[in-house]
Design a protein around this ligand. Structure first.
Ligand code: UDP
Length: 239
């Protein structure tokens, strides 16, 4: 499969048309942004790690019955995915309070929830991805009731699968962001990426952050953390 026209360039990825109408090629970059693009930088090797990690996790989800956009990895940075129209919702699943949840509600980071909590943001960069509820999502015609129900069920199931997988790697899955897309027949599938850019991953023993918070919060050791989380995943799969 070949990259044809560049369809879209985002903060961390480029998306290309291919000779097949229903297939796209995603190319992962090392560019990193935070705070809605206010902070910019490079995390050397991140594109390779995010590509490979996302693909392995999506394959694992597929094996567990979750439909995803993953088709095939082409090389270190490029992957063939199914073409979807993205549902303009950022779906965040949280197991432990952190980040914007802790800030907004004054809850100490690290507070463990009794059950996972889901929240939705309107995926709209110029508005800064505002938090919204499901009535808002319906008023804005972002998704139907049935689609929202499907997305919720899938997000919770994905959380269960990923939480136990990361636990086996000695990693606590704190929270993560998902995006879903519609195939041409309307089927909802998981899209975008699952990576240290989109998940909070803490070492289960030490609590060390092994994710993009090291970049967001200038904690140092950013590249090392990405390499370490990838190493955990690879060594799990080799066992
Ligand atoms: N997240 C993301 N993209 C966003 C916002 C959040 O991938 O635009 C991820 C983030 O990495 C974290 C989870 O979603 O794993 C929850 O993020 P939060 O709402 O706490 O926002 P943040 O503190 O990152 O601004």
């Amino acid at each position: 499969m070949k990259k044809l026209k560049l369809l879209y360039e985002g903060k961390a990825k480029k998306v290309y048309q291919t000779e097949m109408a229903q297939r796209l090629i995603v190319e992962y970059k090392d560019d990193a942004t935070a705070f809605n693009g206010l902070k910019k930088g490079t995390i050397v090797g991140k594109g390779i790690i995010n590509n490979k990690m996302s693909n392995r996790l999506m394959q694992r989800l597929e094996d567990a019955g979750i439909p995803t956009h993953f088709v095939t990895e082409l090389n270190d940075r490029e992957t063939v995915v199914q073409r979807v129209s993205i549902v303009p919702l950022e779906v965040i699943v949280r197991n432990i309070a952190a980040g914007s949840f802790s800030m907004r509600y004054g809850v100490e980071e690290g507070t463990v929830f009794e059950q996972p909590t889901i929240e939705f943001s309107y995926k709209n960069d110029s508005l800064g991805d505002p938090l919204l509820n499901m009535d808002h999502a319906k008023a804005l015609k972002l998704a139907t009731d049935a689609e929202i129900a499907t997305i919720r069920t899938m997000a919770l199931r994905i959380n269960e699968i990923l939480k136990s997988f990361w636990a086996e790697c000695g990693v606590t899955l704190v929270d993560f962001k998902l995006e879903f897309g519609r195939l041409s027949d309307g089927t909802i599938i998981l899209a975008d990426e699952i990576s240290p850019d989109t998940c909070r991953l803490w070492d289960a023993k030490t609590g060390d952050k092994l994710d993009k918070d090291r970049f967001r919060r200038d904690l140092g050791g950013v590249e090392d953390a990405y390499a370490e989380i990838m190493r955990r995943l690879v060594s799990h799969d080799e066992k």
